[in-house]
Design a protein. Sequence first.
Length: 136
Amino acid sequence: MKEVTLDIDDIRIFLHVLAVSVWVGGQIVLGAIVPVLRRSGDLALPRQVARQFARVSWPAFVVAVATGIWSVFEQPSDLDSSYHMTLGIKVLLVVVSGVAAGIHAATPSPALKGATGGIGLVAAVAALFAGVLLAG
């Protein structure tokens, strides 16, 4: 029979997965509902929803980064080069996702908003996939 225990690693991993779920899943949901909000005729509504999402998503991004760094320090020192290469790619994707989301939030340009929104989402999903590879 398998024993179930709880330790600090479980808390760290849970917080990481929860934060990544908010960051990535929230972007997917927001991408799906913004076109509907725009069709409502209230031009302020999509901005209000995006601002509210930012209040949740940016803290989640910080938690994801912090728990990700914590996880790196918990890994054994004898991991092979493929692990380190995948980790490096994941870190790059996380940076791209965060920078793109920051630009997306700050720019008034609709074209730049669209491009950075797409880039940020693709990078976030790819970082999530890299994380799954690292956990495997």
